[in-house]
Design a protein around this ligand. Sequence first.
Ligand code: PRP
Length: 210
Amino acid sequence: MKSDYVNIALPKGRLGRKVYEAFAAAGYDAPNVLEDTRQLLFENDEKKVCFFWVKASDVAIYVERGAADIGVVGKDILLETGANVYELLDLKRGKCRMMVAAPKDFRDNTDRTLRVATTFPNIARRYFHGKSRDIDVIRLNGSIEVAPLLGLSDVIVDLVETGNTLKANELEPTEEIAKISARLIANKSSFKFKSTAIQAVMNALKETSK
Ligand code: PRP
């Protein structure tokens, strides 16, 4: 890794592809980034940037600890982890919503603790605490939508994009917690020491994210 380059952590998967295309459209591309190879780092020597792919939920950790100078992460991860980074820009891609969803016939009985299945325990706790509703958080790693079907939870807190997954599992959205999209984030000390280079990336991306 070259110290005068801006190191950029991109989230693997669907969102990452869209996000890289925004960088490329902004003039920050590199050979083979979208190829399925074993290559780990992708450099553009003219622009002095270096891309690498990491798990979406790890981007904020790389950036917070300075292993990456900047990165792209869903607002959901920022809300959940409270990562100590600068949020520079809303890239307006990967738009979805953090929702509470419940089985169609569900009626909340406030005499009882509400069982909430989610991958986002902090977001769920904060939201229901704000409504003074006692909850029991059941933290799962995925396939959250089956939890109410199997009686594991009363409701779920999860990301909803098209709503198809909810529908397929006989759930309906009941409350919106937050609007989510991809955000450009920066390590706090990198933002100071590589400010010209980082701001150049940010300004170029701003143009493609209108
Ligand atoms: C996300 C989310 C929902 C689904 C919502 O899962 O957790 O399950 O997408 O999308 P929809 O409203 O368009 O149906 P993802 O596919 O990212 O996988 P995951 O289950 O591993 O979180």
